[in-house]
Design a protein around this ligand. Sequence first.
Ligand SMILES: Nc1ncnc2c1ncn2[C@@H]1O[C@H](COP(=O)(O)OP(=O)(O)OP(=O)(O)O)[C@@H](O)[C@H]1O
Ligand SMILES: [Mg+2]
Length: 350
Amino acid sequence: MNNQTISFASGKGGSGKTIIVANIAYALSKINQKTLLIDCDFSTRGLSFFITKGLTDYQPNNCLLEYIKGDIKIGDVVPLHISDNIHLIAPTKAIEETIHFETTNPESYSVALYELLQNFKNDYSVILIDTQSGTDWKSTLACSLADLSVLVTEEDKTSFRVTSIINNLIQDLASKKNIENDAIIKKNIRRGAFILNRCVREQSEDVISFLETGLLQSKYISTILYEPKVKLAFLLDDFVLEKYPEAEFSIKICEIIDTIFKESESIHNTISKLKNEFSERKESSLKMEKRPMIRIKSLTFITMYLVLAVAVFSIYFQGLQSDLIRIFLLVIVAILGWEFLEIIRITEKR
Ligand SMILES: Nc1ncnc2c1ncn2[C@@H]1O[C@H](COP(=O)(O)OP(=O)(O)OP(=O)(O)O)[C@@H](O)[C@H]1O
Ligand SMILES: [Mg+2]
């Protein structure tokens, strides 16, 4: 088992944390890596809502808050079974419960979450934590407990600025020594990593290097472009990888997993196979999309040629006396016919 805990955070809301986390879990489940999802977004419960297809009320022993409040003991926490390889701990049993956080202090939250992670670490290959966007203390604390904290950002300056603030908060927390239980916070947490999402283009190496070494001070993982199919799958509560395996997003998720778990050869081999499968799907779907267009083009060319040939031959048989003109017309028809065939051949090849 890889026993990795990876958290996802963002400065601005709607950057795509939840959809990325859910689809990483799906891809990991496909390559037989057992994954525990911990939804630490107490404000929207977006991941729990998505992954249970809208189920809103959970049993107390499926939830984080009930355990943190001390209503249930750690041994009583039972993650919700989503599929054989995906289990979930939801934030609260009902959305109104969030209010109880007013009485919870950061230190006890930190200790409780740390113990929870320790408790489940050996049962799962990977633990993924989704968080609330912004500087919410529950999010930054959860991220500071992870082995790797991934920031999801859009490509505008505001997103970069807030992401940088969040990253500093997480890194500060991770290296803080004056928290009661020092063992909780790893002093040498990775510098963090970031994903650019909902982008309109791939970023140049200069921009990436500026973000890595300057503004964000963390490692670049990947750029994901804005893709309508992603939005559509989310709308329908479907995994993008399941509904649209041919989407570029599906391929990117495989690449992200490969980068995050680069030390694991078994993950590398299996995720590469899944990525190849998605790439093939993408290629054949591109071919399918082009086919009707090619047919229309070929038909247009053939029709044009036939009209021209009929016109030329009707002139030809209407008593043109000069052999020279007849030969000239025949040559023109032959050349045009050849050209049309060439155009059709090239278009279909593409
Ligand atoms: N690459 C993408 N292309 C198109 N749509 C995307 C992409 N990534 C995310 N989205 C869409 O953006 C919206 C927000 O995504 P998501 O809920 O995952 O973000 P979030 O960071 O978890 O938001 P919140 O801060 O509210 O929890 C969703 O409708 C999702 O489908
Ligand atoms: Mg979310």
